[in-house]
Design a protein around this ligand. Structure first.
Ligand code: ADP
Ligand code: MG
Ligand code: ZN
Length: 509
């Protein structure tokens, strides 16, 4: 019986203005190759690097968000290797004194066939987060016998996060990567788009034999690990790990020995393939970077960074549920969509004020507040999302202000318009940005709350539908609803539903 052990190494390009060690623009993909380059990032001899403080801040901020300890002292090291995209012959990285150490990330795993059919929380320890520089990019023109090098990406600040081997399945790995991406975006440290290579995941995978039903206690007792590279989507992370677990299990069952190697992922074939045998740290001849001073962070510097750590996804999930009574699913949709949740929170704050003014009460009661919040959340997640059809609510073409939206919610909440009318009003608001009371007035949509007017409509409907009337009198309840529907239709949705039901009951006595 084999059990998978997985550790992830995640690289993220930081979204700083300039590169890591020079003042070139940090724009890895401009229209022209080699546009953002200088002697420093092209590795010319005799040039001197300087540390980009913003990049250091962003890595420490990330470490803080993950509960890492931030050693006061840190330094850069040279990692020596040769490759054409690295003209210096070494990458400036961090070896034994990273900026951040020993953090945690807790992720919710949906169902996982390995672990059973219930969602569970998984804690993955973060071993370290450090800062290094990205390399250039090699281009291989089709059918040519040469390669080209683009140095726009060379020297872009790159953060590397390494987890402990705590992950047990492909689903857990995928969820870890997804939650990390969300956090990087909340922190505004990286755009973290995997398709663009702004976030890159490498997975280390091994299988261990259970001894007395237990996993080995340390890495020494674990099986030979294989590192899989070029995973440029969450789906690829999951598929490649699943594939690799199966491949290793089959090999071990046949009595084969696995070798420690680096493998690539072939998206089309859905297979991993051997790239090279893994090099160890000793092959890189790490030594302290002599051209950069070591860093000693002041308390003030660290406190300033701490103050910039915003509310994180996990906190937001809890708060949205606690503060607005949202369900887990609704809360998650808002957590994943910052613009939509900003709009939601603005609406709710408007709403409570608006009800105040109209009914003259000092304050919205807590129950009312929860009802208003839920109502707004429902309209945002269904009707507004539907109208937006995938576009962002924050784009300028979206004309409904939170104030106007809040007013509409109020009209619905106070029963001044039906949900059917509300849809019509909302569509008009979406097209023109008009405020709801204007739309209602100009389109003659205001609810009929005049008793005699409703009674007139009821008389007509009763006269036109003798059969359902008779059925109702014989005890068929469904006919009552049918007649209500007819009255609503005759009033084009404008009859006050409560008054209609009352008046119809009277009329049928
Ligand atoms: P290397 O020096 O080969 O890069 P590290 O010790 O730095 O190895 O670990 C790299 C990643 O591999 C980490 O995420 C770690 O958790 C993971 N890892 C280490 N040992 C194993 C193992 N036996 N199986 C799976 N992952 C492992
Ligand atoms: Mg490593
Ligand atoms: Zn440069």
């Amino acid at each position: 019986m084999f059990k998978p052990t997985i550790g992830l190494e995640v690289h993220a390009e930081l979204n700083t203005e300039t590169k890591m060690f020079c003042s070139c623009r940090n724009e890895p993909d401009p229209s022209k190759p080699n546009l953002n380059t200088c002697p420093v990032c092209m590795g010319h001899p005799g040039t001197l690097p300087t540390i980009n403080k913003e990049a250091v801040k962003k890595v420490i901020k990330t470490g803080m968000a993950l509960g890492c300890s931030i050693p006061v002292h840190s330094k850069f090291d040279r990692k020596n290797y040769f490759y054409p995209d690295l003209p210096k012959g070494y990458q400036i990285s961090q070896y034994d004194e990273p900026l951040c150490e020993n953090g945690l990330l807790e992720v919710k795993i949906p169902i996982d066939s390995e672990q059973g059919q219930v969602p569970y929380l998984k804690t993955v320890r973060v071993r370290r987060v450090h800062l290094e520089e990205d390399t250039g990019r090699l281009l291989h023109p089709d059918g040519e016998d040469y390669s080209l090098v683009d140095f726009n990406r060379a020297g872009v600040p790159l953060m590397e996060l390494v987890t402990e081997p705590d992950i047990r399945s492909a689903v857990e790995a995928r969820r870890f990567a997804e939650e990390l991406q969300l956090i990087l975006r909340y922190l505004n440290v990286s755009f973290a788009d995997m398709e663009k290579g702004q976030m890159r995941v490498e997975a280390n995978i091994s299988l261990s034999e259970l001894k007395n039903g237990k996993l080995p206690e340390n890495e020494k007792g674990m099986g030979t690990k294989v590192e899989v590279k070029n995973l440029n989507s969450f789906k690829a992370v999951e598929r490649a790990i699943d594939y690799e677990i199966k491949r290793q299990a089959e090999a071990l069952e046949k009595g084969e020995k696995l070798i420690q190697e680096t493998r690539g992922w072939d998206e089309v074939k859905g297979k991993t393939y051997s790239q090279r045998e893994k090099e160890g740290a000793k092959d890189y001849r790490y030594f302290p970077e002599p051209d950069l001073p070591p860093m000693d962070h002041s308390e003030k510097f660290l406190n300033e960074i701490k103050a910039t750590v915003p509310e994180l996804p996990a906190q937001k999930r809890q708060r949205l549920v606690a503060e607005y009574g949202l369900g887990e699913f609704e809360a998650e949709t808002f957590v994943q969509n910052k613009d939509l949740s900003n709009y939601f929170e603005k609406t709710v704050s408007e709403l409570s004020q608006w009800v105040d003014e109209t009914n003259g009460t000092a304050k919205v009661s807590p129950e009312e507040f929860l009802k208003l919040s839920k109502l707004s959340a429902n309209y945002l997640l269904t009707d507004i999302q539907g109208l937006l059809n995938g576009e962002s609510i924050a784009r300028p073409e979206f004309l409904i202000t939170p104030e106007n939206f809040a007013e509409l919610m109020c009209l619905i909440y106070q029963g001044k318009i039906s949900s059917k009318i509300a849809k019509t009003v909302l569509e008009e608001m979406y097209d023109t940005g008009a405020d709801p009371s204007n739309v209602i007035e100009s389109k003659g949509l205001s609810q009929i709350s005049d008793q005699s007017e409703i009674e007139d409509i009821i008389k007509k409907v009763i006269a036109e539908n003798p059969k359902p009337v008779e059925d109702y009198k014989q005890g068929k309840e469904a006919s009552f609803q049918f007649l209500v529907g007819k009255i609503m239709a005759a009033s084009r949705g404008k009859a006050n539903p409560e008054m209609t039901r009352q008046a119809l009951k009277e009329a049928l006595k």
